[in-house]
Design a protein around this ligand. Sequence first.
Ligand SMILES: [Zn+2]
Ligand SMILES: [Zn+2]
Length: 606
Amino acid sequence: MAITHFELRKRYKKFMIERGHVEVPPIPLVPKDDPTTLFTGSGMQQFMPNLLGEIHQSGTRLFDIQPCIRAQDIEEVGDNRHTTSFEMIGNWSLGDYFKKEQIAWLFEFLTQQLELDPHKLFVSVFKGIDGIPADEESIAIWQSVFQKIGIDAKLGERIFTYDTKNWWSRAGSPSEMPSGEPGGPDSEVFYDFGTPHDLAFGPECHPNCDCGRFMEIGNSVFMEYLKQPDGSFTPLPKKNIDFGGGFERLLAANNDNSDVFLTDLYKEIMQAVELASGKQYASENKMPMRVIADHIKASTFLIKQGVVPSNKEQGYVLRRLLRRAAIKMRELNGHLTPSDEFEEIVSAVLRTYSGEGLYFDTWGEDRELIFPVIQEEMCRFGKSLDKGLKEIEKMEEVNAKQAFDLYQSYGFPVEITEELLQQKGKKLDRDAFRAEFEKHRALSRTASAGMFKGGLADQSEQTLKYHTATHLLHQALFDVLGNDVRQEGSNISAERLRFDFYHVSKPTEDQIKQIELILNKKIAEELPVSFVILPKDEATKLGAKSFFKEKYPDQVKVYYIGNTLETAYSKEFCGGPHVKNTKEIGSFSLYKMEKIGANMFRIYAR
Ligand SMILES: [Zn+2]
Ligand SMILES: [Zn+2]
């Protein structure tokens, strides 16, 4: 009998707490102040500064369950394991325990709590590359934990070694790392579903084979080396553990079925998709149904976090998710303009993820918020499709380039173009269309390269400066405009900072000037930037500002700008990092302000 997702959450939390870990709340799906990534794509994202040395308020043993979105391979959704939306479980040791505890605990969790058959577990470890030796220590620990339950874990049989596949650093392989960069070997755990190997993927099966027999369910990164200026590696003085495991995949392993869409997380959602499409989740329907289930789930999470469909950044991804879901629905039920078919699927997502400690607390209200956004976008898309249809009607012939333009400008599915051409007794050159499509995809990938490195909080000097300046700006807005000011969000790029806030009336030009003067004065005073760790209530009593959209743990870090906590100019809940002194910010100007909603304003500074 498979365990439920509620049960898995409960067991994971209990297991981690019993081993001295503190639970850290997940961060928003749209990360704050991180210009390198559109979405939170891993559990470790919020701990990146801590893995690089910043102290964490909750201690040195941490864990979380983090909802994630990975949009870069949206077109690959449809098989039994890839999704754009998923959750990750993770645990961290910041200079605390290391390999011995991590491997033994993980093995215990997988075999005792998740109840996996240890005979079906396989692991990979680092083989050694670029002068760094193989991870013999991990091999020995894995062998000993398997030995304890009577399994002789031989190298090449149960334990496999790989080179760059089992190395982690922000920059990639050891030779690509810049001086001063930390990194280390990692060790993945795979579950064997026992399906026969497909020779199309190579002569022999192994954990990283793509035939579908093995599924990676978790990865422990052992951050233990520091790259030196001469290219050599020395041991890190404080070694860290970063573990991440795919929540849906762990459930699939427990279910002993490699289809994550058959876990209880997707039970209600898939039933709703079946109902809306009038089709069964079987054979050729599986692919489109998986896309609908995943995309509507991802969209529901994004809209809850304030993302709305648009033509750029997060809003564009949301638009694509919804349009792709609409197209797949049409594939299943033949309707060209989707209407309310999606409401029940949204409700199923909300019900699945409601309950204590989950993401939607009042699913009735959330539906009121989320569904209208989806409905409007689906309507708009329906109109687009109609327009595209008229375009096609007007054309005498449609070549591959034109079919692609229709796809590009109206989101017009090539399948529909093909159908219509068939009705006219014509044929679309599918290969030529594909070539157009690939050309575009290569271009858009290049354009977004660097956008999706995933989990790599940007710590460039400029980001630190701008981020620290948002603290000063926040306080200066209070000083000049009064206590009704409320931060609504902020966003930082290499060129500027953007700060959204609520205020009863539009700030005057004079007020903006005053705010700018205060900022530059505080920078000129060369104030130190420091932090204290306090219980949340105490920090609030001190008057430290918090961001109402964010969940904070019981212990919080308060960063203050000034000589002492008592006399500080700014006090704010924040994990860091920041510059050490305001003088590093340099001169500062508020160059633009705009109204972005009722009593909502956006200020730009650089
Ligand atoms: Zn294989
Ligand atoms: Zn901060």
